[in-house]
Each structure stands twice: as structure tokens, then as C-alpha cells.
Design a protein around this ligand. Structure first.
Ligand SMILES: C[S@@+](CC[C@H](N)C(=O)[O-])C[C@H]1O[C@@H](n2cnc3c(N)ncnc32)[C@H](O)[C@@H]1O
Length: 213
């Protein structure tokens, strides 16, 4: 189901444009979500897939008890992630590959944790991405999602509606409702919602932790 005007090619174009300035624009504002998800993952440990790893801003937050594979649709974003891994000498990153989150090239039950910070709102078909994430997580493992969830009403909802008409150029959907995730969970008896946490400082982003039974 294509819920927005986002397509692969306009998302890839958008992030190719964002890549050179991405860290400058988004390192700080989205850091709480990366920190919160990395803290959970460092407690769990194991083999982790970071879907839509982007420029790899989250990679230095992972501990030595974690082995990370990162995938992203956009090569220029991954090039920056590769440079970060080399510059910082990160030894726990196994590979960084171009890959579509909606069509993951990994066998079923390959990872202990699959994390996707700020990605579900940028793919044309979020449900397909969720199905793929669930497929590659081991039973008992976790899926961790961090996203901006759109407001239901009020001035923020109006601003998001205005921005939503520009989602193809922006590369994300600012109107993303919780129901996309909530309805998907409700349809999956093998998935339970462990935690839904609004993140400090201003509650702009939400972290959801799901467990595969
Ligand atoms: C908002 S950025 C988030 C990057 C990173 N997770 C972070 O915390 O900074 C969204 C990322 O998702 C990637 N992306 C978009 N569509 C994708 C898809 N279908 N498959 C894989 N990655 C995708 C973009 O290229 C971009 O790097």
C-alpha cells in the first residue's frame, strides 16, 4: 500500500541532496531517539540490523557487545557512514550495504534486534517494511522504531498537513499517524508492543519497542 507521495526514486534523490548537510541539520535534533534506541540495544546485546542507517550517526553509540549491520537505500548517505566507521575505528560494524528496507536480502530470523530510527515515515510502504523487519528478527528478539508521529489535531496538525504536501521533496511524511503501526501490530499475533515512549526534550519523537513471540 502506498500511503504517501513518496517513491523510491524521490526518496533516494532527496537523501542524495540531504547527504552533504545531513549531519549538520539532523545530528542534534534527532539524537535523543538514537540514544534511547542504542541504550536498549546495548542492554540486549547481540546481532543488530540498523535499517536506514543513513550517515551512521547512531553507530558510535553501540557497545562492544553488539555486532552491527547497516543498510540504506542511498549510497551517498552510506559513504558518509563508511567514513565515520573508518575515522572512529569502529570495530563492531560488520557491513554497510545498499538495500531496500522493504526487501531485505537476509534470511528469516537472522538478527537479535532490528532497529530503524527515523525511517518508517520515509518509505512508500511502511507495512511492507514492518513485515520485512519482523521476518529477519529471531523469535524473542526486538524491533525498535523511532519516528515522528503526526498530531491528530490543532496547529501542529495544520503545519504537518502543509509539509505533507511537500513530502516527496522533503523525503519523509510529517503526517504519519500512530495507527499505521498500531493497526499492523493488531494484525500480527506474533508481535507484542513492549513500550511506546515519547522522547524528551519536547516529545517530537516516539520510540516503539516490539517483541517477536
Ligand atoms: C531520516 S534518515 C535517518 C537516518 C538514520 N537512521 C539517522 O538516525 O540519522 C532516513 C534514512 O532512510 C533511508 N531510506 C529511505 N528509504 C529507504 C528504503 N526504502 N530502504 C532503506 N533505506 C531507506 C534514507 O536514505 C535515509 O538515510
Amino acid at each position: 500500500m502506498n500511503t504517501t507521495s513518496l517513491t523510491h526514486s524521490n526518496v533516494e534523490d532527496a537523501y542524495t541532496r540531504w547527504a552533504p548537510v545531513y549531519d549538520w541539520a539532523f545530528a542534534l535534533v534527532m539524537r535523543p531517539g538514537r540514544r534511547a534506541s542504542a541504550a536498549v540495544i546495548n542492554r540486549l546485546g547481540g546481532k543488530v540490523l540498523d535499517v536506514g542507517v543513513g550517515t551512521g550517526l547512531e553507530l558510535p553509540m553501540f557497545g562492544d557487545n553488539v555486532r552491527i549491520t547497516g543498510v540504506d537505500l542511498c549510497e551517498p548517505m552510506l559513504d558518509i557512514a563508511r567514513k565515520r566507521v573508518a575515522d572512529l575505528g569502529l570495530k563492531n560494524v560488520d557491513e554497510l550495504r545498499v538495500m531496500d528496507a522493504m526487501n531485505l536480502d537476509y534470511a528469516d530470523a537472522s538478527f537479535d534486534v532490528v532497529v530503524a530510527p527515523y525511517v518508517l515515515t520515509v518509505v512508500p510502504d511502511p507495512e511492507r517494511m514492518l513485515n520485512e523487519m519482523a521476518r529477519v528478527v529471531k523469535p524473542g528478539g526486538e524491533m525498535i522504531l523511532v519516528n515522528h508521529i503526526g498530531a491528530d489535531s490543532g496547529p501542529i496538525a495544520l503545519i504537518e498537513a502543509w509539509l505533507g504536501r511537500r513530502s516527496a521533496a522533503l523525503g519523509w511524511d510529517p503526517q504519519f499517524p500512530w495507527s499505521i503501526l498500531g493497526d499492523w501490530i493488531a494484525r500480527r499475533p506474533d508481535v507484542e508492543l513492549l513500550e511506546r515512549r515519547t522522547l524528551a526534550p519536547i516529545g517530537l519523537f516516539t520510540m516503539a519497542r516490539l517483541r517477536l513471540r
